[in-house]
Design a protein around this ligand. Structure first.
Ligand code: SF4
Length: 384
């Protein structure tokens, strides 16, 4: 039997022969445990994986687009956006050459529009500095604008088979439960611990790193659910320390979420039978680059005056409530007739363009879901 090795030292058998220590003990694991866990989860993933469009390709550009869209967004929501995006912009070169307006239009309704702008900017970097070839290593991927550790790890492992970890909300939940990690995963220490563990678990010759990462994500998305994990159906339940210790329900630990900020705004929809007035938000503000009916923080009369419209010609259309990750927006919508004026003033400092848009063209403009809701309340949606 081997004695316990001193820190950083080597264990010896009773006979005095040196033995190579198992991988540094961390969370009560050893190499045999990790290998058996990997085999069980990869076997399950091979049988249970959902057939998703981005899983039918190893094209790094397609993987990159899908992983960017999947951040903060549900799989079923992403599928039609992903398919249309790849159909319209099938290569990184197509994306690099597209206008921001077109990219945002393809992203309209998916939310978190900064992701689209960053993806577009990074595609230009790939087209230029990388001669159109998506880099295969984490470091080069991370040097691209908007590409963080998660996306870099996903592209490197899934498209190129590199030994790179990924940690998203699903992976963090699965790992903290499997290894009974009680650190706050939002803390620097907890986050580093989960990333280190994820890195140590990536297969090294005994499985595909991309499949492993996707298997962890899949388990989190379909079995190890936040509120009701299906432990009895879980392929790795015999490895699960959280389950054994009866603490799954309180994992992962994180700081309580802040209540979303309540914001009240007003919107004025000026429309005729043929057109509606839309304004484009500046690139550096919320919903940057997207078109919407003029909206402001003040009152309807104030916004009408910015537009040079008599507020008495406006009527109340209703309210729209829209919840973003950190704010809950209530927008009071007023509508009125669109005059034949050719030039319109910018309706505030958040905008850099204003235009009368033909109703049949409104749907092709880059818009947030909130703008679509505002138009719908004002009765313009049927024309979209
Ligand atoms: Fe998650 Fe339960 Fe499986 Fe553990 S046994 S990994 S808690 S689903």
């Amino acid at each position: 039997m081997a004695r316990k090795a001193p820190p950083g030292g080597k264990a010896r058998t009773r006979a005095g022969a040196k033995v190579r220590p198992k991988r540094a003990a961390f969370d009560g694991r050893d190499q045999a445990h990790d290998a058996a866990l990997r085999a069980a989860l990869l076997r399950w993933f091979g049988l249970a994986r959902r057939d998703l469009p981005w899983r039918r390709t190893r094209d790094p550009y397609a993987v990159w687009v899908s992983e960017t869209m999947l951040q903060q967004t549900r799989v079923l929501t992403v599928v039609p956006y992903y398919e249309r995006f790849l159909r319209e912009l099938p290569t990184v070169g197509h994306l690099a050459e597209a206008t921001e307006e077109r990219v945002l239009a393809l992203w309209s309704g998916l939310g978190y529009y900064r992701r689209a702008r960053m993806l577009h900017a990074a595609a230009k970097e790939v087209a230029g500095a990388h001669r159109g070839i998506v880099p295969s290593d984490v470091e080069s991927l991370r040097s691209l604008r908007g590409v963080g550790a998660y996306t870099a790890g996903a592209v490197a492992s899934i498209a190129f088979g590199r030994r790179a970890p990924v940690v998203d909300g699903n992976v963090a939940r699965v790992l903290t439960r499997l290894f009974a990690i009680e650190d706050n995963i939002k803390s620097a220490r907890g986050n580093a611990r989960v990333w280190r563990l994820a890195g140590e678990l990536v297969p090294d010759g005994d499985g595909d790193p991309g499949d492993w990462n996707q298997a962890l994500m899949e388990l989190g998305a379909t079995v190890c659910l936040p509120r009701a994990p299906a432990c009895e159906d879980c392929a790795v339940r015999t490895f699960c320390a959280g389950r054994e210790q009866g603490i799954v329900g309180r994992l992962p630990r994180s700081a309580p979420k802040k209540a979303p900020l309540s914001v009240t705004r007003v919107a004025v929809v000026l429309a005729s039978e043929r057109a509606v007035l839309l304004a484009r938000r500046r690139g550096d503000v919320l919903f940057g680059g997207l078109w919407e009916p003029p909206t402001a923080d003040g009152g309807v009369a104030e916004l009408a005056s910015l537009l040079g419209v008599d507020p008495r010609t406006l009527e109340r259309a209703g309210d729209v409530v829209h919840v973003l990750s950190h704010r809950r927006m209530r927008v009071e919508v007023a509508r009125g007739p669109l005059s034949g004026r050719r030039r319109w003033p910018l309706p505030g400092t958040d905008y850099d363009a204003v235009e009368c848009v033909a109703l049949e063209d409104v749907g092709a403009r880059a818009q947030a879901t909130l703008a679509r809701k505002v138009l719908a309340v004002a009765g313009v949606a049927s024309s979209l």
